[in-house]
Design a protein around this ligand. Structure first.
Ligand code: IPM
Ligand code: MG
Length: 368
């Protein structure tokens, strides 16, 4: 049988340097666990714009639709700030999400024991935190029409449209319920049904899917503003949070920061199951391209490596190997390995991106 295929799009800023470490980890699984991947690489974001004048070349898009999974680093940087909206680096990422139909975005917010002190919240509020945000990713205000900046009388008006069909709500609700079955069975759905019709429909459809096909799931509903407040007040009350594209963008940054380690969090974006079996999928760290430290060997590769662990679990049915990789990362953190972003008040000397890679490969070797 052919090896599973992976397309690597390292992108901009720290993307390429953190991806370098992921490639070493992928190589390790091929060599030591007989889990070889056919890896190809291409450009996305500003890097693609520099080469082709577009943040995502059509050939790259076509390739992304063929492979078993895409691993993405990060896109964007100040160099591209003045570009026309249509060719900004972010448009490359949004095109991938849309054309791969990656409607379900899983964003874990997990507090690593060794790093609980880094949270801006008190340690006991966040220690052991393990939340999964399921964010709708291909619709809502990010894509709704009409949109644009229009002339109206003697001034301009900026318009974006929040739009959700029943089908779009239904499918992302199912993915949250399926996921919850593999966790605590608890889902909290967040919208603004008090002010938005799209929120009323969201609440109705989510409840109906639960009542019809997932009666074992404990479902609650919360207004998204209250959800933001509860996330900061008592985050451990949540397990799976289901929400739309824009609220999910905001709530997931908030949840991520609770853990004190934005630089540590991975994400998975999944579509419908394909004929081949596993869904179309794109894996990427939650952090951005961090242009201020790019090219200096300072970046933390853990979020990107954990994104590959999610790929092992959700695309390649290798949950045990994913757990091995996650445990290796817990081990190096417990042993005190720290990149610059993880240096606390106690100080010390940070290790480089590559040294963090070395440490993780060492822990993987020790796991055999
Ligand atoms: C994210 C980012 C993106 C988003 C940007 C880069 C388009 O903030 O993945 O959360 O808004 O979805
Ligand atoms: Mg965001």
């Amino acid at each position: 049988m052919a090896n599973p295929s992976l397309l690597i799009l390292a992108g901009d800023g720290i993307g390429p340097e953190v991806m370098e470490q992921v490639k070493r980890v992928i190589g390790w699984f091929g060599e030591k666990r007989d889990l070889a991947f056919d890896v190809s690489e291409d450009l996305v974001g500003g890097a693609a714009y520099d080469a082709h004048g577009t943040p995502l070349h059509d050939d790259t898009m076509a390739r992304a639709l063929e492979v078993d999974a895409v691993l993405l680093g990060a896109v964007g940087g100040p160099k591209y700030d003045d570009l026309d909206f249509s060719v900004k680096p972010e448009r490359g990422l949004l095109r991938l999400r849309k054309e791969m139909d990656l409607f379900s975005n899983l964003r874990p917010a997990q507090c690593f024991d060794a790093l609980a002190d880094f949270s801006s919240l008190k340690k006991d509020v966040v220690a052991g935190l393990d939340i999964m945000i399921v964010r709708e990713l291909t619709s809502g205000v990010y894509f709704g029409e009409p949109r644009g900046i229009f002339e109206e009388g003697n001034e301009r008006v900026g318009i974006n449209t929040q739009r959700y069909t029943e089908g779009e709500i239904d499918r992302v609700a199912r993915s949250a319920f399926e996921l919850a079955r593999r966790r605590s069975g608890k889902v909290c759905s967040m919208e603004k049904a008090n002010v938005m019709e799209s929120g009323i429909l969201w609440r109705e459809v989510v409840q109906k899917v639960r009542d019809t096909d997932y009666p074992d799931i404990e479902l609650s509903h919360m207004y998204a503003d209250n959800g933001a407040m509860q996330l900061v007040r008592a985050p451990k009350q949540f397990d799976v949070i289901l929400t739309d594209n824009l609220f999910g963008d905001i709530l997931s940054d908030c949840a991520a920061m609770l853990t004190g380690s934005l630089g540590m969090l991975p994400s998975a974006s999944l579509g419908k199951p394909t004929e081949k079996g596993p869904p179309r999928a794109l894996y990427e760290p939650v952090h951005g391209s961090a242009p201020d430290i790019a090219g200096q060997g300072k970046a933390n590769p853990i979020a990107c490596i954990l994104s590959f662990a999610m790929a092992l679990r959700y695309s390649f049915d290798q949950g045990d190997e994913a757990a091995r990789l996650e445990a290796a990362i817990e081990t190096v953190l417990a042993e005190g390995a720290r990149t610059a972003d993880l240096m606390g008040a106690e100080g010390g000397t940070p290790i480089s991106t590559a040294e963090m890679g070395d440490a993780i490969l060492g822990a993987l070797d020790a796991s055999l």
